[in-house]
Design a binder for this molecule. Structure first.
Ligand code: UDP
Length: 464
């Protein structure tokens, strides 16, 4: 019998979903002898995707690609959020994905199909083709626990979360203020709410759910998920990008080399986070007033509901900022080599939007955080980081999400020089060790990956 052949449809337009899945694919091939076919759509690609997939193609591993025809998603509906767009895209792409699976299977039988957790309509395709279908959950076990519980919550609570002043109880999580729940479900009247609840309600149909976390990081959420109501879960993280995959186009690592150990605050809002011009000013002045060193990724600014890229840094920063901070600050307009920055001995803190990949990267390198959530489930991650795992300093925002310069200064000082920062740093160092253990022989992640590899290859005879 040949190597197990698994087909995967990633949500490749979303880097935060694609990057960890790519790492998992590499592990399945290199450690467990899998043959993988990635079914690819170029919908919403940026300049990043070809490079990521090119690296995979040249890895020497048994990985193939099958591209489906382009689909056009009607973006006319007013106020259409990404969750709605993705869901509509999947409905349009579905027949092509079914065709791709059938043609792949006829040349080399497929033992399982894996897809993204926002692609639950593909569970129908898996069922039709009698193919065990697994979901890849690129976010935290805490979010998964919340989503498993969401259909019940929605039946119990009638108001929109944005209008609620209470905390919500979720199995395995600290109480979460309703307004810190994921942004797509804040307003019940929006289509994103309906789609989010819809996907949540379908998770139980999956053959299993692969989560980018490790058992020791989210013990309580994982325990809460280990019930017969949830399909088998596999905490197979942290799935991080290797340092060699992120080139240092701006030479910021050389700049970091010249700073004192643990002295630099890294400031970044992920692949899509942008601030208003007014907010950029207050962040800049707060950073300056803190007196601490910083490395700030500032790719553009937000105006209204859209974001604009800027090529001239001085257009974005307050007047004279660069000349006043030249000896202790660096501002980048490029894509930053985030993992090498976080693993650098001179990095001492991370002011982050709390995207789950950024969170894992900070944990794995023992860097304590300041939380500045912007959208998606980032505010929920903040609550977990501050209240449950206790590795981050909370940043106070006003009702509109604005952070004043004084608050930036206070939080930076608290993290970089205060007692709370010291405790967060100590806790992060412990978690870093636990993350290392999880991926060593006999560790929890290695065992979970072996378990999922066995399950993905179990069904070798399919009736398509
Ligand atoms: N990233 C990076 N350089 C940047 C911005 C982001 O390498 O300048 C990487 C980061 O290391 C992480 C991913 O992009 O792996 C962002 O994922 P995350 O879940 O943190 O946030 P998202 O971008 O999905 O909001």
């Amino acid at each position: 019998m040949g190597n197990p052949h698994v087909a995967i449809f990633p949500l490749s337009g979303a880097m935060g979903h694609l990057l960890p899945l790519v790492q998992f694919v590499k592990q399945l091939c290199s450690l467990h002898g899998f043959s993988i076919t990635l079914i690819i759509s170029k919908w919403r690609w940026t300049s990043q995707q070809p490079a990521v997939l090119q690296l995979l193609a040249s890895s020497g591993l048994d990985i193939r690609f099958k591209e489906i025809p382009d689909v056009i998603v009607d973006e006319d509906e007013a106020d259409m959020k990404i969750e709605t767009l993705i869901s509509k895209f999947v409905l349009k792409a579905k027949p092509h994905i079914e065709d791709a699976l059938q043609s792949l299977h006829s040349s080399s039988p497929i033992s399982a199909f894996v897809t993204d957790f926002f692609c639950t309509d593909l569970l129908n395709v898996g069922a039709k083709l009698n193919l065990p279908t697994y979901l890849f959950f690129s976010a935290s076990a805490s979010l998964l626990s919340f989503m498993m519980h969401l259909p019940t919550l929605v039946s119990e609570i009638e108001v929109s979360f944005k209008d609620a002043d209470f905390d919500v109880e979720v199995p395995g999580l600290p109480p979460i203020p309703a307004r810190d729940l994921p942004t797509p479900i804040q307003d019940r009247s929006k289509s994103a709410f309906k789609w989010f609840v819809y996907h949540s309600s379908r998770f139980k149909e999956a053959s299993g759910i692969l989560i980018n976390t490790f058992a020791e990081l989210e013990e309580e959420a994982i325990k809460a998920l280990s019930t017969p109501a949830t399909p088998p879960i596999y905490p197979i993280g942290p799935l991080l990008l290797p340092e060699s995959d992120t080139p240092d186009e701006s030479s910021c690592l050389k700049w970091l080399d010249e700073q004192p150990p643990s002295s630099v605050l890294f400031v970044s809002f992920g692949s899509a986070g942008v601030l208003s011009r007014e907010q950029i000013t207050d962040l800049a002045i707060g950073l300056e007033a803190s007196g601490h060193r910083f490395l700030w990724v500032l790719r553009g600014y937000k105006s209204g509901d859209s974001s604009s890229l800027e090529t001239d840094i001085s257009q974005l920063l307050p007047e004279g900022f660069e000349s006043r901070t030249w000896d202790r600050g660096l501002v980048l307009l490029n894509w930053a080599p985030q993992v090498p920055i976080l693993s650098h001995p001179c990095t001492g803190g991370f002011l982050s939007h709390c995207g789950w990949n950024s969170t894992l990267e900070s944990v794995c390198h023992g860097v304590p955080m300041i939380t500045w959530p912007l959208f998606a489930e980032q505010a929920m991650n903040k609550v977990i980081l501050v209240k449950q795992i206790k590795v981050a300093i909370d940043l106070k925002m006003d009702q509109k999400g604005f952070v004043k310069r004084e608050e930036v200064e206070r939080a930076v000082r608290k993290l970089m020089e205060g007692e709370e920062g010291r405790m967060a740093r100590k806790k992060m160092k412990e978690l870093k060790e636990k993350a290392k253990m999880a991926v060593m022989e006999g560790g929890s992640t290695i065992k979970a990956t072996a378990r999922v590899a066995a399950d993905l290859s179990a069904s070798t005879i399919n009736v398509m």
